[in-house]
Write a protein that binds this ligand. Structure first.
Ligand SMILES: [Zn+2]
Length: 97
C-alpha cells in the first residue's frame, strides 16, 4: 500500500464509506447489485450460514424446500421463517408445500 490515509467518501446514493484508494466503488452499492443474495442479508448470521451450508443461496433454491425442511437446517431458527416467507413472496415464490 502506497496511500496511507483512508478518506471518508460519499457515493452518488449517499452511502458513506472509507477508502484509501481512488477506486470509486461503494461497498454498499456493490452489495445491492447482487439481488439474488439480497434475502440472505436480512437473516441473522447463523441462519444465513445454515442456508449457505445447505447450498441455498437464491430464492429459487429456497423455494425447493418446505418450511419444515428449512427449520431442520442447523442454525436456522423459527424467527427467520417470516423473513424468508416475505422474501419469497416478493419474488412471486413460496416454500414447497
Ligand atoms: Zn453507495
Amino acid at each position: 500500500m502506497t496511500t496511507s490515509e483512508k478518506k471518508l467518501r460519499t457515493c452518488n446514493n449517499g452511502h458513506t464509506y472509507y477508502k484509501s484508494s481512488d477506486c470509486p466503488t461503494c461497498p454498499t452499492c456493490e452489495q445491492e447489485r447482487k439481488p439474488e443474495h439480497g434475502f440472505l442479508s436480512v437473516l441473522s448470521a447463523p441462519a444465513r450460514r445454515a442456508l449457505e451450508n445447505n447450498g441455498v443461496t437464491t430464492l429459487q433454491q429456497l423455494s425447493n424446500y418446505s418450511e419444515k425442511e428449512i427449520l431442520q437446517f442447523h442454525g436456522m431458527g423459527p424467527g427467520s421463517l417470516p423473513k424468508l416467507r416475505k422474501a419469497l413472496e416478493e419474488d412471486g415464490l413460496s416454500f414447497r408445500p
